[in-house]
Design a protein around this ligand. Structure first.
Ligand SMILES: NC(=[NH2+])NCCC[C@H](N)C(=O)O
Length: 474
């Protein structure tokens, strides 16, 4: 108890900064070209509305659960409470997986941006890039290992530094925006007519990248135990979400009124940087480049802390063996940190062989976190049904159902194959889960859990087959 009181509490403002900071990483800087590859402005706008509503429902659900079940800490605990320890493990492991896969995406786009300053790194996935990215990965791990509290404080400063270049970009883009360029091929159907099938296909192709930029919206709830007031964590999620949506829509849609869709689609990543060069000249490139580098370093720092913290919480819930949560004198879970950094390192080397490394890494990251989001929404539905007689729970049930529908259809639209690949990483995880259960005097796996494991293994095999047979190009 004594010890708990000395943990630094986080204010509402700092929590909002945390939501924005852990959501805005690299995605916003590459958004435009990924969207332009997928869609004309019309369908993309519809995509934003769908994703905005879907994520808002998820945030409201998280907000509600934080208020109703204040003692639950960590996103996976909802799955555990609602559907048992195995579901808790599935969620926690998915969150952990997502967190470090996202860091791999960070590494690639970060190095592409550095390539603007030093062309040797331009592709973001050659040997020099991978070396520098690896050094960064270990440096951040070392830093977090020296004390998590410092990392949270740095976040506030980083948030300001990364928002300024994005705002400058938006303001300049507003001035240069031409409505006739924007509306030239609004639905992407050339005939100027609205063709439903065509539009739906374009929306579908926008889904993954639009969901990727919202990964992190749950960040405040992960640190909810540190909020000065418990209810602040939920508020921070919602304020953070609305700010984010505004930034994303402006930053991604305004360029459609400056360059043509074909130009945007073929622009080098990070797109925002090269669009800024088109708009302002080299200075624009420097500004966005520096913003991006600070943004990613800050985000990467919090995403170094979050997966390790998740493992720590999971050991407390006895979902992983105790050594995953072993902390050092600074209360940092050293083993979890080093394990996670080791996996990022391994993945960084595979980038040498992938074609679209950034897109591949963020798609895996997003697919993995959708598992947790689905379980949150399911628990929201379950909780609201169980307490349906209490005031407000009918509305909460609706929020949960929409969030659930959105996440499930989102992953189906974005690509189930990425989810299947993520299942591979569950296989060693289940082994550790079984060990932790055994240490509790339980069976390694119960009958139901064995059934689930078989499904997971089959899914993983299909994932491997998709890659091996060349049906999924990575
Ligand atoms: N390491 C991570 N899991 N990062 C996820 C956050 C990514 C963030 N939404 C972005 O736009 O870049």
């Amino acid at each position: 108890m004594e010890e708990k009181n000395t943990v630094k509490k986080i204010s509402l403002m700092a929590l909002v900064a945390l939501v924005i900071s852990s959501s805005i990483g690299g995605g916003v800087f590459g958004l435009t070209s990924d969207l332009a590859n997928a869609s004309a402005p019309g369908p993309a706008l519809i995509g934003w509305v769908i994703v905005g509503v879907g994520i808002l429902m998820l945030s409201l659900s998280l907000n509600n659960l934080l208020n109703k079940e204040p003692e639950l800490e960590g996103i996976f605990t909802y799955a555990e409470k609602g559907f048992g320890p195995f579901a808790g493990f599935i969620s926690g492991w998915g969150y952990w997986l997502s967190a470090w896969l996202g860091n791999v995406a960070f590494a690639t786009i970060l190095m592409s941006a550095v390539g603007y300053f030093f062309p040797i790194f331009k592709s973001g996935q050659n040997l020099p890039s991978i070396l520098i990215a690896s050094i960064l990965c270990w440096a951040l791990t070392f830093f977090v290992n020296r004390g998590i509290e410092g990392a949270a404080a740095i976040n506030a400063i980083v948030t300001v530094c990364k928002l300024i270049p994005i705002f400058v970009f938006i303001v300049v883009a507003i001035f240069l925006f031409k409505i006739d360029v924007f509306s030239a091929n609004f639905w992407g159907t050339m005939s100027h007519n609205f063709a439903a099938g065509d539009v739906a296909l374009q929306i579908k192709k926008c889904m993954m990248v639009m969901m990727w930029v919202f990964v992190g919206i749950e960040g405040a709830s992960m640190l909810s135990s540190r909020a000065e007031k418990k209810s602040d964590a939920g508020k921070a999620t919602i304020i953070g979400l609305i700010s984010l949506l505004t930034i994303y829509v402006l930053a991604s849609m305004l360029p459609y009124g400056i360059l043509t869709q074909a130009q945007l689609a073929s622009i080098h990543q990070p797109a925002m940087l090269y669009i800024a060069v088109e708009m302002i000249g080299p200075f624009g490139g420097y500004l966005i480049g520096i913003g991006l580098i600070i943004s990613i370093l800050g985000s990467w720092l919090s995403w170094t802390m979050l997966p390790a913290e998740t493992m720590l919480l999971m050991t407390r819930s006895k979902l992983l063996p105790a050594y995953f949560g072993k902390v050092n004198d600074k209360k940092a879970p050293t083993f979890a940190l080093v394990l996670t950094a080791g996996l990022v390192q391994l993945f960084l080397f595979t980038l040498l062989f992938t074609d679209k490394a950034y897109n591949f890494a963020y798609s895996l990251c997003t697919a993995a976190i959708i598992v947790c989001y689905i379980l949150v929404a399911m628990y929201q539905v379950k909780y609201s049904i169980q307490h349906i007689d209490e005031k407000g729970n009918k509305a909460q049930l609706t929020f949960g159902l929409i969030a659930l529908l959105f996440q499930i259809s989102g992953i189906i639209m974005a690509g189930v194959s990425y989810l299947l690949l993520c299942l591979i990483a569950y296989i060693p995880g289940i082994f550790f889960y079984g060990k932790a259960r055994q240490a509790q005097g339980e069976k390694f796996l119960s009958k139901g859990e064995i059934g689930m494991t078989i499904v997971i293994v089959i899914g993983a095999c299909v994932g491997i087959w998709l890659i091996a047979s060349g049906r999924m190009v990575v």
